[in-house]
Design a protein around this ligand. Structure first.
Ligand code: ATP
Ligand code: MG
Length: 295
């Protein structure tokens, strides 16, 4: 790989990889994968992709094997707390996908009335540092026991009293006689970077990629909304439109009483938003998706 190309580490396959590939694709990048499937090459920009296990991504970025990476905040923070690297990678931005929660789960028969119940107990987890940090914040003395997988079977095997694990639907916990009782860490995918300054060539690519990612993230929920309304309703409608800057107000041919209002809404537009607009006097309301946006 040439020194001039920006190297991005992403998860090879798993719960982060679809979102990561989708994000890069939305940034206009086409990735051609090598035959060994460990490398990908971007056609449009001088970028190389490394496909890794998610656990390896923070270290690859910290050690300068990659310049930037996409990883779960849970994995990244756990690694930071463990202080395995003198110069760890740095978080650049949140990416809004792969949202999940690290949760404390206890046997169903417990009536859980606060963290103090865990005093002196053993908690099985793949995230001992995050779990210990939470226990400390809660002022509880308990032991976090590291388990790499199948954490939820630990209480049945009497290895631990409770668990701290990533929960999505809670079905796995339920099947093992456990219930989630408290959120320890809320996570999503983040972009991380190596601490060192990038070469001028890489910096140009990095900054242009960041701009595109920002554009993709801000246009995700954004909608272009158009409607007709009585001139007198313009102030009320402008104030109500969710996350809109000053809208464009246009003449309607042959109708001096009414105007057309066009606006970019940066927040979600729901059916009740439209109903409310109708009540404020709007008619012929159209909501259009926005494909790309750049400030
Ligand atoms: P690898 O083989 O790369 O080590 P893995 O099995 O360790 O993968 P995955 O299950 O693919 O990891 O999860 C990767 C990351 O995705 C997690 O660290 C977390 O940030 C996020 N994640 C986990 N579970 C969910 C979920 N149910 N929904 C959304 N995101 C999740
Ligand atoms: Mg992993």
């Amino acid at each position: 790989m040439s020194e001039q190309r920006l190297r991005i580490a992403i998860q090879k396959s798993g719960r982060l990889s679809d979102g990561s590939f989708e994000l890069l694709k939305s940034c206009g990048l086409t990735i051609s994968r090598g035959r060994d499937k460990l490398y990908g090459r971007v056609q449009e920009m001088p970028i190389d992709i490394l496909l890794l296990r998610d656990d390896d991504i923070p270290a690859f970025v910290a050690d300068d094997a990659c310049d930037i990476g996409i990883v779960g905040q849970n994995v990244f923070e756990e690694e930071l707390l463990n202080e395995t690297h003198e110069a760890p990678a740095q978080e650049v931005m949140r990416l809004g996908f792969a949202r999940c929660r690290l949760m404390l789960a206890a046997p169903k028969e417990w009536t859980f009335d606060g963290a103090s119940m865990l005093e002196g107990k053993r908690i099985a987890t793949s995230y001992p540092a995050l779990t210990r940090a939470w226990l400390e914040r809660e002022g509880v003395n308990a032991k976090a026991v590291m388990m790499k997988g199948s954490v939820e079977v630990a209480p049945r095997l009497k290895i631990a009293d409770a668990v701290c694990d990533i929960v999505s639907t809670g079905a796995t916990l339920d099947a093992n006689g456990l219930k989630p009782v408290s959120t320890v860490f809320a996570s999503e995918a983040i972009l991380i970077r190596n601490q060192n300054a990038f070469s001028p060539e890489k910096l140009v690519v990095f900054e242009s990629l960041l701009k595109r990612i920002n554009g993709v993230l801000t246009s995700k929920d954004a909608k272009y909304i158009m409607m007709n309304a009585p001139r007198s309703a313009v102030p009320a409608i402008t104030e109500f439109l969710p996350g809109a800057d000053a809208p464009t107000v246009l003449e309607l041919a042959g109708n001096p009483e009414k105007v057309a209002i066009h606006a970019v809404c940066r927040e979600s537009v729901f059916w009740d938003t439209l109903e409310r607009l109708k009540k404020l006097g709007a008619s012929a309301i159209l909501v259009l998706p926005i494909e790309k946006m750049m400030a």
